[in-house]
Structures are given as C-alpha cells and as structure tokens.
Design a protein around this ligand. Structure first.
Ligand code: 5RP
Length: 223
C-alpha cells in the first residue's frame, strides 16, 4: 500500500516533466518510481538530461536509459523531484534518511522548480520525530558529536554493515535526536556554524509544490 502510494505520487510528479528539461533526480524509494517513469519518457522520445543527487540514483537513471550529466556541466536545472522524510504544514522538511542530503540540498538550491513527492505518512504537524541527519567530516567527528551532546541532543553515528556509513562525499552522518521537536530550523543553523559540519537535513520550504498520496488518491499542494 505504501509503495503504491509512493508510486502514485511519483507518477503524478512526472506529469510536470517537459521535453528538453534538465532534471534533478532525487534519492530514495519514492524517487525510484520517478526515475523509472522518466526512463519511460525518454524511451517514448522525450529529450531529457539528468543530474543525480546520489550515486544510487545515477546508477538507476543509467539503467533506465536516462542520459546523466555531471552537475558541473549543466547550465541550469529545470526541475528537481525528490522525496522527504518528514514535512510540516509550512513545507519545511527533514531529508537525508538515505544519506544524500548534501547533494539533494545543492541540487534543490540550483533548481528552477522543486517538487517533493511522498506518501501521506511523511506529513507531520511538527518536525522532530525523524532524527535530523547531519553530514560531518570524519576528521574530528567524535569531538563534534560530544559537543552536540553537551547541548542536550543525542547524536548517533550512522552505521551500515557494522561500519560507519559513508556518504557519496566520503563523510559520516550523525543522526540527531532532538529533545525539542519544534526546533530543527534553529538547531540546523547552530550546527552549520560548527567546523566539520558539512550540511544538515533540515530543508527550508524550497519546493514549489508537494505531491502527497494516500488511500483516497493523490493531492497536489502548491507552496
Ligand atoms: C535521501 C532522502 C530521501 O528523499 C528520503 O529519505 C525519503 O526516502 P523514501 O522516499 O525512501 O521514503 O532524503 O537522502
């Protein structure tokens, strides 16, 4: 059911793709359906180029026949379509559950249009249940983590296959559990001032619309 909803949101978002667009491809299980659909559009004759927010999305895009270009080689990004981990009524979001937050934020920032796609479980009244992912340099991460802990937060080093998870940029992720769920914007600003913090998964409302699927269908909400 959840997968069907993710797919429904992705298919709706694909209706905003136009010929000759340079697309930003998000990362995650919802973005998967979008990439698959974009591949079909290419097969149907649409001329698309893509930049990917992660190596995994780049690989998927290539499998589905979408021409992928390095972000430094494109003159613009017309439309980025990506998933979220949590989103509030003001369209502020937490992303980075898949570890791609920094590339996702850079891609969104440089996009003319951003659409976030999701099943309805991602919608919350206040951000905070999903821990805030923070990409940090491996150098000094432990002292940085202790610093964050001394402020009353609980940072957990993300582990994968028994080892510290590495982002596509070669960095670590600290997942920060916050005692004050309303405060991700402020927390993000503070964390970004610390040496060694590359980026946080708090996203201001950079999207132009969100597409939410539930058992009743798909809703498009404009920002
Ligand atoms: C990856 C992300 C994803 O967009 C987010 O984790 C949502 O993933 P999914 O669509 O699998 O629920 O931010 O870094």
């Amino acid at each position: 059911m959840q997968q069907e909803q993710k797919q429904a949101a992705a298919l709706k978002a694909a209706e905003y793709i136009r010929d000759n667009m340079i697309l930003g491809l998000g990362t995650g299980s919802t973005a998967y359906y979008l990439i698959r659909r974009a591949g079909e559009l290419v097969k149907e004759g649409m001329r698309l180029k893509a930049v990917a927010t992660s190596r995994s999305s780049e690989k998927l895009a290539e499998e589905f026949g979408i021409p992928v270009t390095d972000i430094n080689e494109v003159p613009r990004i017309d439309l980025t379509i990506d998933g979220v981990d949590e989103i509030d009524p003001d369209f502020e979001a937490v992303k980075g559950g898949g570890g791609a937050l920094t590339r996702e934020k850079i891609t969104a920032y440089h996009s003319k249009q951003v659409i976030w796609i999701m099943d309805h479980r991602k919608q919350v009244l206040k951000l905070g249940a999903f821990p805030l992912p923070v990409e940090v340099l491996p150098f000094g991460w432990r002292l940085l983590s202790e610093k964050i802990q001394s402020l009353g937060y609980t940072p957990i080093l993300r582990i994968e296959n028994g080892q510290a998870y590495r982002t596509d940029n070669g960095n670590y992720i600290l997942d920060i559990h916050s005692p004050s769920p309303a405060g991700y914007r402020k927390l993000s600003g503070l964390l970004r001032s610390y040496p060694g913090v590359v980026e946080t998964g708090y996203f201001p409302a950079v999207c132009s619309r969100i597409i939410v699927a539930d058992s009743a269908g798909v809703r498009v909400l404009e920002n």
